[in-house]
Design a protein around this ligand. Structure first.
Ligand SMILES: C[S@@+](CC[C@H](N)C(=O)[O-])C[C@H]1O[C@@H](n2cnc3c(N)ncnc32)[C@H](O)[C@@H]1O
Length: 256
């Protein structure tokens, strides 16, 4: 594990610590409602979920999306996350709700799962910014997918770290660059975590270079997450704040 990943893992372990009974119950209620998937996700994943896929959720965190995936048709979900605290809490919630979801501790790339165990690899919502080896991550995804399986990413747009949270008009932060390598994430709950900065082109190219065929790529004005109590002008509809990616693994036989 590289030093950035090691330090970020410590920060995530702190950030994932239980925030009391109320927070746990809030996430439990959210999971039970199965409503955390965005409409765009449901549309793009509709056909895949109709086929009752076995899902691997990389960087599963709280696992609330997993309940929604099961309710939308997934046969099973296995979540992988390097935070032992997050894995324990997500496992407990899944047991309480009787969901076909289980969680394992693992550092990505290098998911501790057998090859070809997933029809769908699902990830995003603050995930890729912590992955220092994106090419290795994409190879891991391909290893996990069955023939004709899908990768789905719904993620913060890489331009988001540039936007200020000004309410009157959006501005570009002077300390950030779309073409930078990394920066300290100053909205992160535990503080001090270093996130990777990459372009959308780099993400798409990593996925394609690993051997997946891009089926869909979308960009959206609505952020997947809003800093609470803030009404930033950057979220008013003129700037990209999220993106999606659906990609398919080759099938068996010569056509693929
Ligand atoms: C924003 S959170 C969770 C996103 C998740 N999709 C959700 O909605 O709950 C990102 C998660 O990635 C995990 N994580 C970050 N880097 C990782 C890595 N290299 N390997 C495994 N997990 C990682 C963190 O522990 C954290 O739970």
């Amino acid at each position: 594990m590289d030093s950035t990943t090691r330090a970020n893992r410590r920060a995530w372990e702190t950030a994932s610590r239980p925030h009391g009974r109320e927070w746990y119950d809030h996430l439990l209620a959210q999971a039970a409602a199965g409503a955390t998937l965005f409409d765009t996700e449901r549309e793009l994943l509709g056909e895949v979920l109709d086929r009752s896929p076995d899902v691997v959720h990389l960087q599963s965190g709280n696992g609330t999306d997993d309940a929604a995936l099961v309710q939308a048709g997934a046969r099973s979900v296995v979540g992988v996350d390097y935070s032992e605290v997050a894995v324990a809490a997500a496992s407990r919630r899944a047991r309480q709700l009787g969901l076909a979801c289980r969680y394992v501790v693992g550092v990505l790339p290098g998911a501790p799962l057998v090859p070809g165990c997933a029809d769908l690899v699902y990830t995003g919502k603050g995930a890729l910014i912590w992955i220092t080896d994106l090419a290795g991550w994409a190879r891991d995804v391909v290893r996990l997918l069955r023939p004709s399986g899908h990768l789905f990413v719904y993620e913060e747009h890489p331009a988001v770290p540039l936007w200020t949270l000004d309410e009157d008009e959006p501005r570009i932060r002077p300390d950030r660059s779309y073409f930078g390598a990394c920066h300290v994430n100053d909205t992160f709950p535990a503080g001090g975590a270093v996130q990777v900065q990459r372009t959308l082109g780099e993400v798409v190219t990593a996925v394609a270079a690993a051997g997946l065929r891009i089926v869909h790529a979308g960009e959206y004005a609505e952020p997947f997450w809003r800093v609470s109590g803030v009404e930033a002008a950057a979220w008013s509809g003129r700037l990209p704040n999220a993106f999606s990616l659906l990609a398919r693994a080759p099938g068996v036989g010569p056509v693929g």
